[in-house]
Design a protein around this ligand. Structure first.
Ligand code: CTP
Ligand code: MG
Length: 225
């Protein structure tokens, strides 16, 4: 059984607002993307890595990462980037494990990869995703800002990556039509076809660098280590 990590890194990083695409922004002197790739390789549970980056940065990225890492062009939306990565796995066994892991979660500890890979190999489940309990109360609202509901917080989890699935499951999930604009994570696509997805323990360090505040937080974490 082979474990492949697909790393979507082709976003523009609009909310971060840096001059370059987000994955190429330095976190304490090293680009987010190379930190993410190093973290995946250091976990020891991944056999191969495919990175999806903006088309004009494919060659520059290949020079930044180990030779064993495949670098390809991503697409307009995250879902297009992941689909491009999946399409490279033509020689894969249906039972192989595929992890999808955001480059923007570049401080994710090895233990999270270990837990997801272990759980994703369990045939009872269609996939495994890391999640952490929610600290804030979450409300649903309508367009006017009116509160329409308050889900029980104890039953909520904030979901991170890596998300792990068997190759055949993820292929079928990504072959579905009409979901590209509604699914906000890979597990959502698997759930849409009736797959039972299991949440394992995530880690606060697997947070996604989205805004300037997140970038400063990541740098404070690294300085403190
Ligand atoms: N991503 C991607 N291809 C896209 C869009 C996003 O590979 N077309 C990747 C990002 O590079 C990131 C991950 O998906 O590693 C999660 O996306 P997000 O945090 O939203 O990053 P951006 O899309 O770059 O940021 P923003 O939405 O603020 O523009
Ligand atoms: Mg985005």
């Amino acid at each position: 059984m082979t474990v492949t990590a697909l790393i979507p890194a082709a976003g523009r990083g609009v909310r971060l607002g840096a001059d370059e695409p987000k994955a190429f922004v330095d976190v304490c002197g090293r680009p987010m993307l190379t930190r993410a790739v190093s973290g995946v390789l250091a976990s020891g549970v991944v056999d191969r890595v495919v990175v999806m980056v903006p088309a004009d940065l494919v060659d520059a990225t290949a020079a930044l990462v180990p030779e064993s890492v495949r670098v390809i062009a991503g697409g307009a939306e995250r879902i297009d980037s992941v689909r491009a990565g999946l399409q490279t796995l033509t020689d894969g066994d249906p039972d192989d494990i595929v992890l999808v892991h955001d480059a923007a979660r570049c401080l994710t500890p090895a233990a999270v990869f270990e837990r997801v890979v272990a759980a994703a190999g369990d045939r009872y489940w269609a996939g495994a995703i890391p999640g952490i309990p929610v600290a804030d109360t979450i409300k649903t609202v309508n367009a006017a800002g009116g509160v329409t509901g308050t889900p029980q917080r104890s039953g909520l989890r904030a979901i991170q990556t890596p998300q792990g699935f068997r190759l055949d499951v993820l292929r079928r999930a990504y072959a579905q039509n009409g979901l590209d604009d509604v699914a906000t994570d890979d597990a959502g696509l698997v759930e849409a076809m009736g797959g039972a997805v299991r949440v394992v323990a995530g880690d606060p360090l697997a947070f996604k660098i989205t805004t300037e505040w997140d970038l400063r937080t990541a740098e404070r974490v690294l300085v403190a280590e």
